[in-house]
Design a protein around this ligand. Sequence first.
Ligand code: NAD
Length: 362
Amino acid sequence: MRIGIPTEVKNHEDRVALTPAGAHHLVRAGHDVLVQSGAGTGSHLSDAEFESAGARVVPTAEEVWGEAELVCKVKEPVASEYGFLREDLLLFAYLHLAADEACTRALLDAGTTSVAYETAQAADGSLPLLAPMSEVAGRMATQVGAWLLQRPAGGRGVLLGGVPGTRPGRVVVLGGGTAGRNAAEIAVGMRAEVTVVDLSLPVLRAVDQEFSGHVRTVVSSAYAIEREVLEADLVVGAVLVAGARAPRLVGDDLVARMRPGAVLVDVAVDQGGCFEGSRPTTHDDPTFAVHGTTFYCVANMPGAVPVTSTLALTSATLPYLAALADGGVAAVREDPVLRSGASTRRGTLLNEAVAEAHDLPW
Ligand code: NAD
């Protein structure tokens, strides 16, 4: 199969969907790999490395999208890419369609078959293609939050770890899944006081065990969230209902009563955000103020650390990309993980949560 790897076009999106090692694997399996010139530059992967791995490097996005039967990307197509979508194209990427009606409609109008990384689910309920980026975003969330809490950055002026004789900063993590646990891990490492809030008792039990009691665990409810958030210096929003729009857990009225200079990092903004005031921001302009607090809502956080993220992401996606390249659409039917990621096909929506989010038939 002809597999295309375009250069990412979102703001500060320096990841690439395939490494030279991955290209080598696919070429050895008999596939033709086209990489847009410069696609790997942001991740310090040169055209020459892709070429020596057997890929064909082509100058433009038009050539990659136009020649490829299967396009593998990191992020969902943006408006400037909608014109490349077509019916005989298989697209494999993060899509986050529940938060993106325009992209949903573009895929449906073009009749493209699309498989989303973030809804591909393994038999144990885990999300193997979302997990590596949730690990990155979760760890970054605490790092970014710690920076934004500093006074010159507009924050409260709290050092998350405190020093002897002072109280450490309070971090509240909403959602104890992959992103949430990774945020908690860095916060504990910084010696903050950490609370993880989740709906699921098994998740809270796992958090309790993992951190040997160094993290407080709280069952999620509107009441509990209000109490925790009012005491917090840093709130990390990391909840997910797979495929669906994120539940709104922190209203603007609650934010208005938070500590002045507190920071809210909405990792879940790619699924629409779990704070009422959230709107997607970019790495160029990542924050905005809401009632005296700072919101950070970058929808592609891992794009800022592409050397780490590209390797982490492609290690997870390559086996599935190889299966798609070998089997085409049949692989989507046969592999339950890929089937759960299937989002659109020939103008039909295949994901109920996305249909509900946009009031579309499925
Ligand atoms: P996950 O499925 O591993 O964990 C989500 C957790 O949220 C689960 O434990 C679930 O029980 C919990 N949850 C659901 N509803 C809840 C509620 N009402 N109250 C409390 N907890 C609730 O998901 P994940 O992989 O950690 O991903 C979390 C979010 O981070 C997703 O939206 C994902 O798309 C996003 N993400 C964002 C970026 C970014 O750059 N902004 C990068 C990677 C992942």
